[in-house]
Design a binder for this molecule. Structure first.
Ligand code: XMP
Length: 514
């Protein structure tokens, strides 16, 4: 590990990625590993610090995730959080028990200001607690440096050995001084210098890509989404015209999106690269005609993409490198880092594509979280509307039209969605809602417009708040905004006579509407 790094050992807690992101927000590079990682490997990595995450288990139970004493004897500072804190105490001879009073939620914590962790933090401070077990006695050599009304050891420290255990979650925003506590750890205790910055990431990446690619040829499938756009620009800055980007317009993009992508990456755009836009919309509509079943539609859209891309790749001929927009959560969630291998059925990155003749994959964003990808995008001068684009599924509007996809239904959903997005932005809500879009229900019903009876479609508006897109809740949008959107859609979009707001959470619903 050349670069200054703090590692997170994951004990299966739901906040594992959040811990790493927060550390990186302190400008310190951070990677996630499973708690099973070999101690020899950890020693070799020479991390500046180690953070043990929370987890759902009780550390005193047989078979619970654990670690050895050795981990605390490496001379490397260790910070245990929640389960990690209990485990540290348990392994080093403290006592952990089931709590009579569970603590959950915002809690006032009385901290010892002389502790390196709590420097410049006023006591009491509000922290996020979520635990059933508690540390009833700190391990020998530790002193208590924080407590709550119900929890005698909210934090304990062994300054000499640089070991710190905290019961609450500094990574969660409800912990008001969480960032400061993590900063105190990475700077005050681990003595990090804070060299992880997106401007140096860009410079270093460009240099590394040039070295790797030499005079080779590079192919990139550009979707117009954040990850592939940032990857493409990074590559173009590094190797210019050696890069060819293929953008497949499957006719299931949002309104004007194809032209927007072309304006940025095409010949009149700002970047030096070969850009090929494949207009495949009619081809897709033909394949999708008469198909109603959601999975069948997804399959057709996916397979057709491969076919179109393959044809273009054949025209280009053999290339040396294929670019993929893999980002760090993809790496972690596919089980390569951390503990929680989340099975995602619809990952953008599957296995290696065997339909393109290439020698090696380049994944320039593999180490980055989404917010860091966005920072890199801004650093590279990519327009903000592309950088802050909300997630958009690979199969596009194909998963926002219930039932058969037709060109006319695509028009309806595109127009309705464009109005919805415009009004949400006007109301200043676009940064607050994690994902929102219009979908076309396959339902037609009777209405009246003017003096006429209509029999038209119902559009569903969806808006969710979510942290990880695995669970979500419907966002609360002011009624006046919803009414404005409804009025405009019904007046401006031919073929719609009803607008509904989808209140469903995930689970039981999904975010998309297919
Ligand atoms: P669901 O509908 O499964 O969506 O709750 C969760 C998140 O994943 C996005 N999504 C996709 N993204 N390819 C993608 O790249 C897909 O096939 C796909 N399907 C859903 C969805 O937009 C949401 O953010």
């Amino acid at each position: 590990m050349g670069r200054e790094t703090v590692i997170v050992l994951d004990f299966g807690g739901q906040y594992n990625q959040l811990v790493a992101r927060r550390v990186r927000e302190c400008n310190v590079y951070c990677e996630i590993y499973s708690y099973r990682t070999d101690i020899g490997k950890i020693r070799e990595m020479k991390p500046k610090g180690i953070i043990l995450t929370g987890g759902p288990n009780s550390c005193y139970e047989e078979g619970a995730p654990t670690c050895t004493r050795e981990l605390f004897e490496l001379g490397i500072p260790v910070l245990g959080l929640c389960y990690g804190a209990q485990l540290m105490q348990h392994v080093l001879g403290g006592k952990v028990e089931r709590a009579a009073v569970k603590e959950y939620g915002k809690t006032e914590v009385y901290v010892e200001p002389s502790s390196p962790l709590f420097q410049d933090i006023e006591s009491p401070t509000v922290c996020w607690m979520s635990h059933n077990d508690y540390i009833s006695a700190a391990a020998p050599g530790f002193s208590i440096c924080a407590r709550t009304d119900n929890c005698p050891v909210a934090a304990a420290e062994n300054r000499e050995k640089q070991l710190y255990a905290i019961q609450f979650h500094p990574e969660v925003l409800h912990t008001v001084k969480g960032k400061e506590i993590l900063e105190n750890f990475v700077y005050g205790v681990c003595r990090c210098s804070g060299d992880w910055r997106m401007d140096s990431f860009v410079e270093d990446s460009i240099r590394a890509i040039r070295e790797k690619v030499g005079d080779g040829r590079v192919l990139c499938a550009l979707s117009g989404g954040v990850d592939s756009s940032v990857a493409a620009v990074l590559l173009s800055k590094a190797v210019g015209k050696q890069l060819t980007c293929v953008f497949v317009d499957h006719g299931l993009l949002r309104k004007n999106e194809g032209d927007e992508v072309e304006a940025v990456f095409g010949p009149s755009g700002a970047y030096d690269l070969n850009f090929i836009r494949v207009n495949a919309r009619q081809r897709y509509y033909k394949k999708l005609a008469g198909v109603e079943e959601p999975e069948a539609k997804r399959k057709i859209i996916g397979e057709e993409f491969i076919r179109v891309f393959e044809e273009e790749a054949k025209k280009i001929g053999a290339v040396d490198f294929l670019v993929q927009g893999t980002i760090y959560p993809d790496v972690v969630e596919s089980g390569l880092g951390g503990e929680s291998a989340v099975i995602k059925s619809h990952h953008n990155v599957g296995g290696l594509p065997d339909y393109v003749d290439f020698k090696e994959i380049i994944e320039p964003l593999r180490d980055l979280f989404k917010d860091e990808v966005r920072k890199v995008g801004l650093e590279l001068g990519i327009p903000e509307y592309l950088v802050f684009r909300q997630p958009f599924p690979g199969p596009g509007l194909g998963v926002r039209i219930v039932g058969e996809v037709t060109e006319d239904k695509v028009r309806i959903v595109q127009d309705a969605d464009a109005i919805y997005r415009e009004e949400i932005a006007k109301a200043g809500l676009d940064q607050e809602i994690d994902q929102y879009f219009a979908a076309l229900t396959n339902m037609r019903s009777v209405g009246v417009m003017g003096d006429e009876r209509t029999y038209d479609y119902a559009v569903a508006l969806r808006a969710v708040r979510t942290v990880d897109f695995m669970t979500a809740e419907a966002a609360e949008i002011p009624f006046a905004v919803l009414q404005r959107v409804m009025g405009r859609i019904i007046n401006e979009v031919r073929g719609v006579n009803r607008v509904v707001y989808d209140l469903t959470s995930k689970p039981p619903g999904t975010i998309e509407f297919e």
